[in-house]
Design a protein around this ligand. Structure first.
Ligand code: BG6
Length: 490
């Protein structure tokens, strides 16, 4: 490719507080749901889904976690120690020429219990320092307000987002951070992968499943989701009031699902599954529930508490742009009896026989990125931002300390080409791209350190052994050149 990306294209990378900061009980921070996510050794699991330790946590397991002083059993407690090493890390990102750095604020660092009346000044100062460090290098921060870190107390005491008071607590937090960082942060995302509340209700919604009647839990999830939609609309309003030139986006897990065959029943099944993804962005972009979601509520007999002012708020404050994560794709079929299924991010689908998969079974599908971009842009006609995309792999450190991750370079190269085609041939408007994750960090789904995404390696293993030393992989210089040539080197 010898043509550049549009001028001003925001190249960068993305991380989340809960997976990298550590310092889980430092600086006045409260405990968050991620701090009780236990590492389970994948080697002993029959299915990788079982290592998703956050899916089925009980009050008893939370108590055990709180009693446990071995932080290595709960790897997100130490992360990669970004809390103490952020200067070194941001310098490394600046070394690649980053234009943008997506990171999240840990809600529990600002409001330790979620419902506190006064914010924690030490937490606010920490992010002041982090943003100043970014701005020093001309890196624009892109901030997620909530990325899998609801304060634990908020979940224990209020049942998380199921309680309507969650809206008040969250908007108090949003008002605090948007006022405080008004001069430092222009780009904001409300909830990371808002749709994930249906896949990991504890991490996203602070819901402890065992507290509810099994046949009512789905309704509970949708009620909590409704509160998040209202809170997201109010967060957009508050952000615009406090920072007039701010841009606020929704963030969707852009799962891409192909029909397994051209049998009409498979096409129908695929359309239904895709709707379960679009339901979230349809609501946040158009400001109202799509008819198919309302039908589903009715058909399932849900009795959701939706106030008239909620409908008004959702309509008045839709998002400015659409951001999404894209990792892989799967297929859908009306009858899966004889078909092999596997994971795509935290969702399960029919495996596509035409695609290779990474070590965790996620299919590698660069064309699916172009398909996703066209799907979203044609549907909403709003600017897009790819805020997560990358390859989880096991890297090997050679005796001389080098790390040859050509597989990662190949992955990015193919995805960047697809991205370029979507922009130049399909007319998609794309604001920028942040890879997941520019520096190795703890995996969200498996709590492993060995599932590495970075251009920068962190010397730490799954058991917490290591020096935390940062090492540049081959992909580091490669991405640096991509950025400095604005994509022409690909
Ligand atoms: C996204 C999440 O779904 O996928 C990130 O927003 C996560 O938090 C990323 O880390 C990759 O998933 P995993 O499970 O490999 O860490």
């Amino acid at each position: 490719m010898h043509r550049s990306f549009p001028e001003g294209f925001l190249w960068g990378g993305a991380i989340a507080a809960n997976q990298c900061e550590g310092g889980w009980n430092k600086g006045g921070k409260g405990i968050s749901v991620s701090d009780v996510a236990r590492f389970k050794d994948p080697e002993t699991m029959k299915d990788l889904n079982d290592v998703h330790s956050f899916c089925d946590i009980t009050d008893e397991e939370i108590r055990q976690a709180l009693d446990c002083i071995d932080d290595n059993q709960y790897p997100k407690r130490h992360g990669i120690d970004f809390y103490n090493r952020y200067k070194e890390d941001i310098a490394l990102l600046a070394g690649m020429g980053f234009k943008v750095f997506r990171l999240s604020i840990a809600w529990s660092r600002i409001y330790p219990n979620g419902d506190d009346a006064i914010p924690n000044e030490e937490g606010l100062q920490f992010y002041d320092a982090v943003f100043d460090e970014c701005l020093k290098y001309g890196i624009e921060p892109l901030v997620t307000m909530s990325h899998y870190e609801p304060p634990l107390q908020f979940c224990m005491k209020y049942n998380g987002w199921y309680d309507r008071r969650s809206i008040e607590f969250f908007t108090r937090y949003v008002n605090t951070i948007t006022k405080r960082y008004a001069k430092k942060v222009k780009y904001w995302l409300t909830f990371n992968e808002i749709d994930s509340i249906l896949r990991h209700p504890f991490m996203t919604g602070g819901l402890i499943e065992s507290r509810f009647a099994p046949d009512k839990f789905e309704e509970v999830e949708y009620q909590a989701m409704h509160h998040q939609f209202v809170a997201s609309a109010l967060a957009t309003k508050i952000c615009h009031e406090n920072i007039p030139d701010s841009m606020v986006g929704c963030m969707l897990t852009k799962r891409t699902i192909y029909p397994y065959s051209c049998r009409p029943v498979d096409i129908l099944k695929t359309q239904q599954e895709m709707r379960s993804i679009f339901a979230f962005s349809d609501t946040q972009v158009r400001g109202e529930y799509p008819a198919y979601l309302l039908s589903m509520y009715k058909n399932k007999g849900f009795d959701l508490k939706i106030e008239p002012e909620d409908i008004e708020v959702m309509k008045m404050y839709p998002v400015d742009f659409v951001s999404f994560s894209y990792y892989s794709s799967t297929c859908a079929a009306s009858d899966i009896t004889n078909l092999e299924t596997g994971l795509e991010n935290t969702a399960r689908g029919v495996l596509n026989p035409h695609l290779n998969r990474n070590d965790w079974g996620w299919a590698i599908d660069p064309i699916g990125l172009r398909v996703s971009m066209v799907d979203l842009y044609d549907r909403y006609c709003k600017p897009l931002f790819i805020v997560e995309n990358g390859l989880g792999a096991r890297d090997i450190v050679e005796p001389d300390g080098s790390i040859h991750d050509d597989y990662r370079i190949d992955y990015f190269k193919a995805h960047f080409k697809s991205m370029y085609d979507a922009m130049t041939e399909d007319g998609v408007e794309l604001l920028g791209y942040t890879s997941w994750a520019p520096i190795d960090l703890i995996s969200n789904s498996t709590n492993q350190m060995s599932k590495r995404y970075g251009f920068v390696y962190v010397d730490l293993d799954d058991k917490g052994n290591g020096t935390y030393k940062r090492i540049r992989k081959d992909s580091y210089d490669w991405y640096k050149e991509v950025i400095s040539t604005n994509g022409a080197s690909i």
